[in-house]
Ligand binder design. Structure first.
Ligand code: G1P
Length: 294
């Protein structure tokens, strides 16, 4: 039996330049989607998939993330005094979730460099990486599937999604061979290729399950695309020496680091909430009609 995965590593050190000015003075991971910050959904997804330990890689200006998952005695006392018990329970529950840990990436040297910061915490165990820009509205189905594939194969598993060819240059892109169902084997992988050079139409999306060998691979790669240490390059190095799998999925992913997908995620999540669906649904239908769209 392969060791089970306990830790989710969430790299949250990026600047959020695709969502200015909202992210000028606020971490992009803290942008609210309906009623909670994006990073909370990602932590909830990790817990729903069975993980109980979270390491967030942060940077300057990100302390709101730590505050969000911590106790806030003044607020709790105030909510208690006012008899707002539901709100109090919500706030207290947040600080009673998985074990939260933080490490800072002092310099913006790339996603691969951010993941390498997790080596001391993770040690010799397998772990998951969840990019908080990628919000999954799927009841953790993708991550669960990937963790099951990891348990079965004892190898790293990367989430892959088919994208139109004019979008591939925003992603890591592998050449793959089919294995079984959703599972493919990654033969080589390039970071942000031009459409002409892309080895497939599959884009690496922000969920990964790694064995500790990824840290050796990260130690070997040179700065790549954009002069940064790229996680994609380390995956390529790893795939040259051991099997690395891709898990192809299609639905439920929103890039909440961009205004358009943030809106889409907001609508999806709001319509799935019983307490909002009955009022927000008719509002949305009416708005679509009033704007001459349907
Ligand atoms: C990162 C990775 C890229 C991956 C993408 C998924 O890019 O480097 O391989 O496809 O996340 O969202 P970024 O979006 O940070 O530029």
């Amino acid at each position: 039996m392969n060791p089970s995965v306990r830790t989710a590593v969430i790299p949250a050190a990026g600047l959020g330049t695709r969502f200015l000015p909202a992210t000028k003075a606020q971490p992009k991971e803290m942008l609210a989607v309906v009623d909670r910050p994006a990073i909370q959904y990602v932590v909830e997804e990790a817990v729903a998939a069975g993980l109980d330990d979270v390491l967030v890689v942060t940077s300057r200006g990100k302390s709101a993330i730590e505050d969000h998952f911590d106790r806030l005695p003044e607020l709790e006392a105030e909510l208690d005094r006012k008899g707002k018990h539901d709100a109090l329970d919500t706030v207290v529950a947040l600080a009673q979730g998985p074990r939260m840990h933080y490490v800072r990436q002092g310099e913006p040297l790339g996603l691969g460099h951010a993941i390498a910061m997790a080596a001391d915490h993770v040690g010799g165990s397998p772990f998951a990486v969840l990019l908080p820009d990628d919000l999954m509205v799927d009841d953790a189905a993708l991550l669960r599937g990937m963790l099951a594939a990891h348990r079965e194969r004892g190898a790293s598993v990367i989430a892959l999604k088919k994208v139109p060819s004019d979008e591939i240059s925003a992603y890591g892109c592998p050449r793959v061979e089919p294995v079984d169902g959703s599972l493919v084997r990654i033969q080589e992988i390039v970071e942000k290729p031009s459409p002409e050079d892309a080895p497939s139409d599959l884009a690496v999306t922000g969920r990964y399950v790694f064995g500790p060998a990824i840290f050796d691979a990260l130690g070997k790669v040179e700065p790549g695309k954009g002069g940064e240490i790229q996680l994609t390059d380390a995956i390529g190095t790893l795939a040259a020496s051991e099997p690395v799998y891709g898990w192809v999925f299609s639905d439920g992913r929103y890039d909440v680091g961009t205004p358009l997908d943030h809106l889409r995620a907001t609508v999806e999540i709001a319509l799935a909430r019983p307490e909002l669906r009955s009022t927000f649904g008719p509002f949305l239908a009416d708005a679509v009609r009033r704007h001459g769209l349907g």
